[in-house]
Design a protein around this ligand. Structure first.
Ligand code: PAF
Length: 284
C-alpha cells in the first residue's frame, strides 16, 4: 500500500497511528534505481517505510540549480508503486510537501551545522550546503522518528555528515549507507545526469575510469599510496577536476597512516554539471 501526503499535519497524524518501527528514505525526488535500492533495502527490514520527496531550498547556493532541479512527482510515485509490488502487505508513506513551509515553518530560523566535516571539499566549494542538508534531515527525523534511515554512498561526505549529526545529538536512529548504483559503463546514477548531453555522458566516463585506475594502483597496499598520489597530481592538471583526493573512510582525514579503508573522492565538471563519485578500497 502507498500513501502520498503533502502536509505535515497529515504526516504527523499518520505517524501517530504506526505500531511498527519505521524505516526512512529521504530524497529530493526525480527517482532512479539508486533511490529505489534504498527503498527496497528499507522494505526488507521494515513493514512500514516513510519516503520523503522534497527539493530542499536550504541546501542550494544562490547560483545553483534549485529552480531547474527536476520535479517529477507523478513518475516518482509510479516507480515506488512498481517497486513495492515485490513487497506485498508492506506500507510506504510518501511525504512530498510542495510548500517548503511544511518543513520549515515561517518562524523556523535554526540552522544545524556539523562543524569540521561540513566545510571541507564539497562543503568548501558549496558553502552552507551541508548545513542545509543537516537542517532538513534533522527536521525530517524529528517529524518521522524513524528507527533507521538509508542514504546513498554516492554522496559519501553527506553520509558522514549525517552520521556525525546523529552521533553528536545522540539521536536514536541508525544510519545505513547503501552502495552506489552505476550504469553499465560505470557512470554513477544521479538525478543531475539528465542535464548531460549524450556526448557529455560518454565523456563523463573518465570519472569512473580514473577512480577505478587509482583503486587499481593502490591495490589494497598502503605502500602504493605515493604512486597513487603522483597519478592524482598529474590527473588534476586538467581543471575539469574540482577535486580528486584520498581520505580515510572513517575519519575523513587526509592522514592515511592508520587507515584500513580509503575513499577516493572526486568531482568532475562536465559543462555546468558537477559529477560526484567515489570508490572505496581496503588497505593494509
Ligand atoms: O541526498 C539527497 O537527496 C538530499 O541531500 C537529502 C538527503 C534528501 C536532503 O535533502
Amino acid at each position: 500500500m502507498i500513501k502520498c501526503l503533502k502536509k505535515t499535519s497529515e504526516l504527523l497524524l499518520e505517524r501517530e497511528k504506526e505500531i511498527s518501527p519505521v524505516g526512512f528514505v529521504p530524497t529530493m525526488g526525480n527517482l532512479h534505481q539508486g533511490h529505489i535500492s534504498l527503498l527496497e533495502e528499507a522494505l526488507k527490514e521494515f513493514k512500514v517505510v516513510y519516503f520523503s520527496i522534497f527539493v530542499n531550498p536550504k541546501q542550494f547556493g544562490p547560483t545553483e540549480d534549485f529552480h531547474r532541479y527536476p520535479r517529477t512527482l507523478q513518475n516518482d510515485l509510479l516507480l515506488i508503486e512498481e517497486s513495492i509490488k515485490n513487497f506485498p502487505g508492506l506500507k510506504v508513506v510518501v511525504f512530498a510537501p510542495e510548500n517548503p513551509e511544511e518543513i520549515f515553518p515561517p518562524a523556523h530560523k535554526d540552522v544545524l551545522s556539523v562543524s569540521g566535516l561540513s566545510t571541507v571539499l564539497e562543503g568548501k566549494i558549496r558553502p552552507g550546503h551541508f548545513d542545509g542538508v543537516a537542517t532538513v534531515v534533522y527536521r525530517l527525523f524529528h517529524l518521522i522518528k524513524p528507527t533507521k534511515a538509508y542514504f546513498g554512498l554516492k554522496d559519501f561526505q553527506q553520509y558522514l555528515v549525517i552520521k556525525q549529526m546523529v552521533k553528536d545529538l545522540s539521536l536514536p536512529i541508525k544510519i545505513q549507507g547503501m552502495p552506489i548504483i552505476r550504469e553499465a559503463q560505470g557512470l554513477a546514477l544521479s538525478s543531475r545526469n539528465q542535464y548531460l548531453s549524450s556526448e557529455q555522458k560518454s565523456l563523463s566516463l573518465v570519472l569512473f575510469k580514473t577512480l577505478s585506475k587509482i583503486k587499481e594502483i593502490i591495490d589494497h597496499k598502503k605502500i602504493n599510496l605515493p604512486k597513487a598520489k603522483l597519478f592524482i597530481e598529474d590527473t588534476i592538471k586538467d581543471p575539469k577536476w574540482n577535486y580528486l583526493v584520498l581520505r580515510d573512510s572513517e575519519t575523513f582525514q587526509e592522514d592515511l597512516t592508520l587507515s584500513t579503508n580509503i575513499t577516493i573522492l572526486a568531482v568532475y565538471q562536465m559543462g555546468t554539471t558537477r559529477l560526484l563519485d567515489n570508490m572505496q578500497v581496503e588497505v593494509q
